[in-house]
Write a protein that binds this ligand. Structure first.
Ligand code: PLP
Length: 407
């Protein structure tokens, strides 16, 4: 018989399927609260004004071309991206033990970091090292680490459904009982999907246990700026861990805070023990990137690098980020107020307590199904909604629909 391309049918990726279903829905009142992207109050994607400006500068710059970048990426992008995460006055940067790999989005940064850890962490082949991800988490975390060869993926307690907040004692308990040297993926800010982050004091408790138990911290920073509107506030946890002497990885995505989703701009910041270790780590990173995408694309990295390295553009970008964060905060306050005014059964204060792009509404799968099928309000079955899908025009309809789904 002839050779054939054999495969079984794979399930569609939930969030993309939701968007397709939304597109096909003829209901004029339909609302998409699924997709993880910013929308304006008119419901449109937003090209940040600062990005438009820099795009023009790049087009007009005749010194630029489309030659390959170095394997590890655009140097001025990598260093400025790390500075955003660690702060310009970071002692680790001054000690020359911070380096970075330009990656294809935050996903690429997680992938390259995971590949490195599987090959080199603790000097061993680490297929058996436990990798802990929060329960719940962004659905790709498990798959990215499994795909890099990790066989022992474990959820750690994070979300207390009853109190709709952080399960701190559960989280600390997992840290205490995890095998030494386990890898923990931590959301740097604006936890996806719960919108619930530890407080500073709680982060300090987490760091204390992780340090004592020699656990590896892999921060995922996909929403810097989105949580509070302030880059420094949103990087507090990452910076605190560095002051505590951790070696670490931090996967940064510029998809959301620059609105550069399809340009695939990410950075894996590496904080090593010393300059010598960093050099060795980067040499191995180069090998991993070479067999993965060989070298990264330029446009998005240039946009970010020019913006971060030009003081007036940097200020403008911070302002653009704040515009997005403020709109989210406004929608949170407004949705909560409307549900309370409707006297929708249950407590809705968690909507304003949670931060970032998402809110974990606490709606159960039946209520979600009602919203999708009967009201054309599209949201993830977990009850997660993207606050940016709300606008001043559709918020009454969404609040009334949620009310109907609950009563
Ligand atoms: N990590 C988290 C927690 C995310 O929510 C996302 C995107 O939704 C990513 C990583 C990946 O971002 P990117 O699109 O830059 O790969």
């Amino acid at each position: 018989s002839k050779p054939a391309l054999l495969s079984s049918q794979a399930n569609p990726v939930a969030v993309f399927k939701l968007t397709n279903d939304f597109k096909e829905d003829p209901n004029p009142k339909k609302v998409n609260l699924g997709v993880g992207a910013y929308r304006t109050d008119k419901g449109h994607p937003w090209v940040l004004p600062v990005v438009k400006k820099v795009e023009k500068m790049i087009v007009d710059d005749n010194s630029l071309n489309h030659e390959y970048l170095p394997i590890l990426g655009l140097p001025e992008f990598r260093s400025s991206a790390s500075k955003i995460a660690l702060g310009i006055d970071s002692a680790a940067i001054q000690e020359n033990r911070v380096g970075a790999v330009q990656c294809l989005g935050g996903t690429g940064a997680l992938k390259i970091g995971a590949e490195f850890l599987r090959r080199w962490y603790n000097g061993n082949d680490n297929t058996r090292t436990p990798v802990y991800v929060s329960a719940p988490t962004w659905e790709n975390h498990n798959a990215v680490f499994a795909n890099a060869g990790f066989e022992d993926l474990r959820p750690y307690k994070y979300w207390d459904a009853e109190k709709r907040g952080l399960d701190l004692s559960g989280f600390l308990g997992e840290l205490e009982s995890a095998p030494k040297h386990s890898i923990f993926v931590l959301h740097a800010c604006a936890h996806n999907p719960t919108g619930t982050d530890p407080t500073h004091v709680e982060w300090m408790q987490v760091a204390e246990v992780m340090k004592r138990r020699k656990l590896f911290v892999f921060f995922d920073s996909a929403y810097q700026g989105f949580a509070s509107g302030c880059l420094d506030k949103d990087a507090w946890a990452v910076r605190y861990f560095i002051t505590q002497g951790f070696e670490m990885f931090c996967a940064q995505s510029f998809s959301k805070n620059f609105g550069l989703y399809n340009e695939r701009v990410g950075n894996l910041t590496i904080v090593a023990r010393d300059a010598d270790n960093l050099k060795r780590v980067l040499s191995q990173m180069e090998k991993i990137v070479r067999v993965t995408w060989s070298n990264p694309p330029t446009q998005g990295a240039r946009l970010v690098a020019v913006t971060l390295n030009t003081p007036e553009l940097f200020l403008e970008w911070k302002d653009n980020v704040k515009t997005m964060a403020d709109r989210v905060l406004l929608m949170r306050a407004s949705l909560r107020a409307k549900l309370e005014a409707l006297k929708t059964p249950g407590m809705w204060d968690h909507i304003t307590q949670q931060i970032g792009m998402f809110s974990f509404t606490g709606l159960n799968p039946k209520q979600v199904e009602y919203l999708v099928k009967e009201k054309s309000v599209y949201l993830m079955s977990s009850g997660r909604i993207n606050m940016c899908g709300l606008t001043t025009k559709n918020i009454d309809y969404v609040a009334e629909s949620i009310h109907e789904s609950v009563v």
